[in-house]
Design a protein around this ligand. Structure first.
Ligand code: C2E
Ligand code: CA
Ligand code: CA
Ligand code: CA
Length: 278
């Protein structure tokens, strides 16, 4: 038992010990994962809710360790972020996803767009712009087919965030605010941020029919976004009822298990080609 202050004790339980051990184990594994080619990318389709067409996909990192099996990004991404390993990993997935999207375009799906999550560390890199430029050049992907997903906290934590975003936008890259509505930032920033899209967090979508406050929040976010000339994509759409609600409220795009789980590039090619999902 460690004394932190009056009436404030922190207990080290066996469970905490286990958690620390697991974290260390994962960190050691993560350090080797790139060179051992243990990462893959899963792609989740994004759908235009009016035309019902796939307009692009979000690239989501998957780590399959030979002994430990699949490890969830929500467990290993924070460790990668803490250790800085997210920098080479983030660069890897960005390049991989751009290459794959270019591949789909070559297969005839010319308008396909790829959304990639950018971590805090990555966004803070002083040479971020050059790195992104280099990847676009190497993969041959046109900038307007790339969308970078940033969270409110990433933007708030970074110096010169708006300038950086503006530079990316000037290159033709699309920017979206991920998990929108879960941060604590003031709405005022929306008019100064050079962004294209708000991505409504899954927690709101989930409760559209169970919490009337969430339903009005979703509606309000959509109206506000459109007034600011921003597009809206809803994440975590799992039911047709949720989709119909979003269509009725003029949400532009949607993503979620109702359409498809994140899938391999091969499966995605099949889906795009009109073959049934396996
Ligand atoms: P996120 O960016 O908010 O990604 C959406 C998450 O929701 C994904 O989880 C996706 O599989 C899941 N999801 C999609 N549709 C549904 C649905 O209808 N219902 C439910 N319940 N879940 C749905 P995943 O792949 O486990 O990723 C978790 C988080 O890990 C991501 O949240 C993102 O923050 C982070 N992440 C994943 N890949 C990357 C990456 O390449 N770079 C960075 N920096 N972070 C990543
Ligand atoms: Ca995301
Ligand atoms: Ca999200
Ligand atoms: Ca999320």
């Amino acid at each position: 038992v460690k004394e932190l202050g009056k009436n404030n004790f922190q207990f080290y339980t066996p469970e905490m010990n286990e958690a620390v051990t697991r974290k260390m184990k994962l960190e050691i594994g993560l350090r080797k994962a790139l060179e051992r080619e243990e990462f893959t990318v899963a792609y989740q389709p994004q759908i235009n809710v009016i035309s019902n067409e796939i307009i692009g996909s979000e690239a989501l990192l998957r780590w399959n360790h030979p002994e430990w099996g699949l490890i969830s990004p929500s467990e290993f991404i924070p460790i990668a972020e803490e250790t800085g390993l997210i920098l080479p990993i983030g660069e890897w997935i960005l390049k991989e996803a751009c290459l794959q999207n270019k591949e789909w375009q070559k297969q005839g799906f010319e308008d396909m767009r790829i959304a990639v999550n950018i971590s805090s560390r990555q966004f803070k890199q002083s040479d971020l712009i050059d790195r992104v430029k280099k990847i676009l050049k190497e993969t041959g992907l046109a900038p307007h087919h790339l969308e970078l997903e940033l969270t409110e906290s990433i933007i708030q934590d970074s110096k010169h965030a708006v300038e950086k975003m503006q530079q990316l936008k000037d290159m033709g890259i699309h920017l979206s605010i991920d998990d929108f509505g879960t941060g604590y930032s003031s709405l005022n920033y929306l008019k100064t941020f050079p962004i294209h899209t708000l991505k409504i967090d899954r927690s709101f979508t989930r409760n559209i029919f169970t919490d009337s406050k969430d339903a009005s929040l979703v509606e309000t976010i959509i109206t506000m976004a459109h007034n600011l000339n921003l597009k809206v994509i809803a994440e975590g759409v799992e039911t047709i009822e949720q989709l119909q609600f979003l269509q009725q409220k003029q949400c532009n795009e949607a993503q979620g298990y109702y359409f498809s789980h994140p899938i391999s590039a091969e499966l995605m090619s099949g889906v795009l080609g009109g073959r049934a999902e396996g």
